[in-house]
Structures are given as C-alpha cells and as structure tokens.
Design a protein around this ligand. Structure first.
Ligand code: NAD
Ligand code: TYD
Length: 351
C-alpha cells in the first residue's frame, strides 16, 4: 500500500513512520507536511534515504497540494497533521480551525473523489471487508472533555470538547464520521491519551520539564498541579495505529490509552528526582484557561477486538525519554533557541 502520512514530520507522525518502515517493508510511505513550527525533518534523518520513504511538502488545507499528493496513487491516509497545542489554541484559534477542521475536510473530499467516483453504501464496504482504501483520523481523548475523580472515557462518551484545540479535533471527527455515513468512505477514528517519548516538541509538559530542568530553569506548573493525564509511550500509540489500519473495522472509533494516570506534579517530581534536581525548581503559575481536570481512557475495545495492549511501563518509558533528551541536546537546543524563545516569553513571561 502507498500510505499518505500527513503531519509526518511532527512528534507522533515521525515515530509512526519509523515504526512502519521497520515493521512493514510491503508499504510505501509518503510524508506530507507543511513544516510549521512543530514540523522538523530532523526527526526523520535516519530514514530519509529509505527506499520506501519520501517527503512531499504541502498543506492539508490546500486542494492543490493535496491533489498533487494523491496523484502519487494513495491507498491509505493516516491524518496526523494538526495544530496540536492547547495553550496556542487559547492564544489564537484561527489556525486550529483552518488546519484541523478545513484541512481534514479537504483531505476527506479529495479521498472521496479519488477513491469513490460514485457513492457507495457503507454496508457494502463492511460486507466486502475491503481494505483497498482507508482514511485513518488520528484524534484525541480531549474531544470527550473533562472527567471528575471517577470514571473513564469510552468510545460512546458524549463529545464535550472544552478548548479551541479539542473543539477543532471534535469537529474533524464528526466530519470524518459523516463522510463514512454519507458517502461510504472507509474511515477509522482513533482517540488517544497524552503521548510522551523521543522527538516531542518542548512546549508540551514532559519535554518542557525535562529540558528546563537540564537547563536549570524553573518548571512552570499550572494551577495546583493536580490535573490528571493518562500517559502513553508514543511507540505503544504507533503500534496501536498500525493494528487499527490492518485490522480495524471501517466506520469504527477506537480509544487508545496507557493505563497510567498521574497528576502533573507526580510527573514533574519524578523528572526532577531522576535528574537529581531539587523540587524548589517547581514554580506554580497561573492556571490555563478552562483547564481540563482529568482525562482517563477505557481502551478495552481495542484490547478485546484487536488484541492490542500498551507495553511500556510509564516510569521506565520516562527514564528512557529523559535519557533521549540528554543524548539529543542539540536537537532541542536548536528549537529552544529559535522562534520558540519568543513564544515562551509571551506565554510564561507575565505568569
Ligand atoms: P505535532 O504538533 O508534533 O505535529 C504536527 C505536525 O503536523 C507537524 O509536523 C506540522 O508541521 C504538521 N502540520 C501542521 N499543520 C499542517 C498543515 N496544514 N498541513 C500539513 N501539515 C501540517 O503534533 P503531535 O503531537 O505529533 O500530534 C499528531 C496528531 O496526534 C495530531 O492530530 C494530534 O491532535 C493527535 N494527538 C496527539 C496527542 C499528543 O499527546 N501529542 C495525543 C492524541 C492525539
Ligand atoms: P500538555 O502537554 O500541554 O498536554 P494537554 O494539555 O494536551 O493534556 O499539558 C499536559 C498537562 O500539563 C496539562 O494539565 C497542562 C499541564 N502543563 C503545566 O502544568 N505546565 C506547562 O508548562 C505545560 C505546557 C503544561
């Protein structure tokens, strides 16, 4: 199959591409990425000469760019491309709607026209069990909103997104669903919890805290630090997506989670302990607007139906991730010394 991986130069997309090239010599990968501030071809240096890999610069919200990609003969789409940071969506939602909603619609529309010259009943695709064409939407548990101390998100939990980021992802999910229901496009949707691992942009909690601690800077914790996230190693996510593409039922949603709920303070204190730095580096700062209190995923459906299970234990995975950031200092120092510095000043300067 020739797989169009959009957003493949970002954190999860680049880890997914590496996983697919390693485990599926039968597939060709086209990495289609706009290379925004978060896209970095250095994330894929080790595979850029791989015979089954090629890069194509482009914007998912541009019909011309997406048409050019489909001219290569695309069988499957894995849509990772997105604006992905909640804090940036609070500062400026426009680009989130442009990329996450309109971009997804352009991809869906192009796939529909190329793959389904005439509409086909979704039941027909299911009956045939065909995997000739697939559109995988990589979504997030944040579309479900926020949980209290009890309970879990299941695939049937009502969508109640709280940030412009999660609202744009929820809108995209619903568009993907509608293209299946209306046109019979063979789609799959996954909703995953918070990822961590190598190549994560240092604006997100874990890489920000590791790199700040390495630089001897303050660690800015929002509010009381007791918000809970369910952490999953990015390689466990990549394996789950691989399985959904090969075995998932078109039209279905699959939750993916790490079964590793921790408060932000637990994560930050663990990182400080591992690096031998004092807790006094923690600086409590003004809370994020509309900050979701707790996310927790029930991933029993993918475990039961597709036989997936997360393999990386959180503390081991975190130790390996800390080691990666220590060994790859030039990778994140280049990022932190560029445009990102102005962002950091803007976001954290007055808090
Ligand atoms: P990221 O910000 O690291 O990467 C996003 C990539 O998309 C970048 O390479 C960027 O250049 C590219 N991109 C942005 N706009 C584009 C456009 N208009 N056209 C083409 N490419 C564009 O994000 P990530 O953390 O790797 O997340 C990838 C996907 O997974 C996103 O859809 C996100 O919503 C979803 N997700 C992320 C997490 C997480 O914890 N990071 C969890 C669940 C789901
Ligand atoms: P983040 O990595 O931005 O992921 P998300 O908001 O998509 O879950 O943040 C994870 C948690 O860490 C979230 O509760 C916000 C908190 N956080 C901080 O306390 N300080 C920070 O500087 C950042 C970036 C996040």
């Amino acid at each position: 199959m020739r797989i169009l991986v959009t957003g493949g130069a970002g954190f999860i997309g680049s880890n997914f591409i590496r996983h697919m090239l390693r485990t599926h010599p039968e597939h060709q990968i086209v990495n289609f990425d706009k290379l925004t501030y978060a896209g970095n071809l250095e994330n894929l240096r080790d595979v850029e000469q791989h015979p089954n890999y090629r890069f194509l610069a482009g914007d998912i919200a541009s019909r011309g760019d997406v048409e050019r990609a489909f001219e290569l003969g695309i069988d499957w789409v894995a849509n990772f491309a997105a604006e992905s940071h909640v804090d940036r969506s609070i500062e400026g939602p426009d680009v989130f709607l442009q990329t996450n909603v309109l971009g997804t619609q352009v991809l869906l529309d192009t796939a529909r026209k190329r793959w389904l010259p005439s509409p086909i009943a979704p039941e027909t695709i299911l009956e045939r069990g065909e995997r000739r064409h697939l559109f995988l939407q990589i979504s997030t548990d944040e579309v479900y909103g926020s949980l209290g101390p009890e309970g879990y998100f299941t695939e049937t939990t009502l969508l109640s997104p709280n940030s412009p980021y999660s609202a744009s992802k929820a809108a995209a999910d619903l568009l993907v669903r509608s293209y299946h229901h209306t046109y019979g496009l063979p789609v799959l949707i996954t909703r995953c919890s918070n990822n961590y691992g190598p190549y994560q942009f240092p604006e997100k909690l874990i890489p920000l805290m590791i790199t700040n601690a390495l630089e001897g800077k303050d660690l800015p914790v929002y509010g009381d630090g007791l918000n809970v996230r369910d952490w999953i190693h990015v390689e466990d996510h990549a394996r789950a997506l691989d399985l959904v593409l090969h075995k998932g039922q078109p039209g279905e949603v699959y939750n993916i989670g790490g079964n590793s709920e921790r408060t932000n303070l637990e994560i930050v204190r663990f990182i400080l302990r591992e690096l031998g730095r004092p807790d006094s580096l923690i600086r409590f700062v003004r809370d994020r607007l509309g900050h979701d209190r707790r996310y927790a995923i029930d991933s029993s459906k993918i475990q039961r139906n597709l036989g997936w299970t997360p393999l990386r234990h959180l503390e081991d995975g975190l130790r390996a991730t800390i080691a990666w950031y220590i060994e790859n200092r030039p990778w994140w120092e280049r990022i932190k010394s560029g445009e990102y510095r102005h962002y950091y000043q803007r976001m954290y300067g007055g808090k």
